[in-house]
Design a protein around this ligand. Structure first.
Ligand SMILES: C=CC1=C(C)c2cc3[nH]c(cc4nc(cc5[nH]c(cc1n2)c(C)c5CCC(=O)O)C(CCC(=O)O)=C4C)c(C)c3C=C
Ligand SMILES: [Fe+2]
Ligand SMILES: [Fe+2]
Length: 367
């Protein structure tokens, strides 16, 4: 096996640190063609669909891609923003704001980049670019607060697969999860309280998380428990009683059983039981995306109204809210400990002078 082309090693380089905010990925355009490319990459990941490869290849190629690409493109068209897909727009803005926030907190020597697990900007390209810029310390921050093998585990696969081809591998830190981190829970609490202050409050708060097949829970994936812990902590912070909120799972894909209760069925049931108003929050998504803006704010709203519900409120994701940017900075800081992130430009110059002296010494020694 050959390795990727490595920039020549030079003595005296000051290693820079970087945080890479990694999200799922999204199509480049709301078109059938772009959806086909995106879904093919996403759904070919054996972390995402765990059925025998040959069987799945057949189903994906001849059933899912031909039928789903067009249907999904139509859904993306409904939520597409002037600047592009909401998921990418928010992730990009979050990364830029996190960069500024870390700078304000004194971390002058950290760069923040963003990447996608599927689609663009592709994680391997971003990691290559950071290497070219001299970043030799990389912290990977997934956009998923709760760990699941299907999401965070898959990001690790991509990171390891990339560095398996690299000779000079940077120092790495991987943020596994922050489902119970104060910075995240407090940001969620603030966003719900602000929403209630501006729009009043419903009979029930529905906390809807993206689902996964139930089988993954039975096989040891901690995702379900982490979602429930997030919900419990948020409910405590909001001083909710056990009947004031419900935890549900959305976005079922395929025919197998997924984590229950399902969001759409629960919301319709609440309407039938006489709830006039529900407020729906998606705490597992840190950026608004297809699954929140179309599925929750459009499809599930219709189900609630069809079942006799009157007043349906969707509470937006954390997106670029200042509390969440501060929360992300706290999470990042905890994982940057021990790295020289606070070096000021003058300290960097001094360090460089020392390093240059070291280089001269190395040259004398013939290194
Ligand atoms: C938040 C965590 C997520 C988990 C866990 C997750 C698991 C998972 N998803 C699918 C299938 C699809 N998901 C799709 C979109 C999508 N999924 C997440 C997040 C999680 N997925 C996000 C943020 C998005 C939105 C992306 C965007 O562009 O806005 C889609 C594509 C959309 C569609 O065609 O409906 C599919 C398909 C599986 C199978 C799975 C776990 C096994
Ligand atoms: Fe998904
Ligand atoms: Fe559990």
């Amino acid at each position: 096996m050959s390795f990727r082309k490595e920039p020549p090693h030079t003595h005296g380089n000051i290693a820079k640190s970087a945080v890479v905010l990694v999200n799922l990925g999204t199509p480049d355009a709301p078109t059938r063609r772009a959806l086909r490319r995106y879904l093919k990459e996403f759904l070919s990941d054996r972390r995402v669909v765990e059925i025998p490869r040959a069987v799945w290849w057949f189903i994906l190629t001849f059933i899912i891609l031909p039928f789903r690409s067009g249907k999904s493109a139509a859904k993306y068209k409904l939520i597409w923003m002037r600047e592009g897909s909401p998921l990418r727009v928010h992730t990009q803005k979050q990364a830029a704001l996190l960069d500024t926030m870390l700078e304000e907190r004194g971390h002058h020597a950290v760069k923040v980049a963003y990447a996608m697990r599927y689609g663009s900007p592709a994680l391997p390209q971003v990691l290559d670019q950071l290497k070219a810029e001299g970043c030799d310390r990389i912290a990977i921050l997934p956009a998923y607060p709760q760990y699941s093998g299907t999401t965070t585990g898959s990001i690790w696969d991509a990171v390891f697969a990339h560095y398996a081809q690299v000779r000079n591998v940077p120092e790495l830190r991987l943020v596994k999860h922050y489902h119970d981190h104060d910075g995240y829970i407090d940001a969620l609490r603030d966003s719900v309280l602000e929403y209630w202050e501006n729009h009043g409050r419903g009979d029930k708060l529905v906390m809807s998380f993206h689902g996964v097949p139930k089988r993954t829970l039975l096989l040891g994936d901690p995702y379900h428990c982490e979602c429930h812990k997030t919900a419990r902590l948020l409910a405590e912070r909001l001083r909710l009683g056990p009947t004031d909120y419900v935890v549900t799972f959305q976005s079922r894909f395929g025919r197998a059983e997924w984590l229950q209760p399902y969001t759409a069925g629960t919301v319709a049931q609440l309407a039938r039981e006489g709830a006039r108003r529900v407020d729906v929050l998606c705490p597992g998504f840190t950026s608004d995306c297809l699954e929140t803006l179309e599925e929750i704010n459009m499809e599930v709203r219709r189900e609630f109204e069809a079942a006799g519900g009157q007043d349906y409120h969707y509470i937006p994701c954390l997106n670029e809210t200042p509390a969440w940017i501060a929360g992300m900075a706290e999470i990042a800081e905890q994982h940057l400990i021990g790295w020289p992130t606070m070096m000021s430009p003058s300290q960097r110059d001094a360090e460089k002078r020392d390093a240059d002296t070291g280089r001269e010494r190395a040259l004398q020694l013939g290194a």
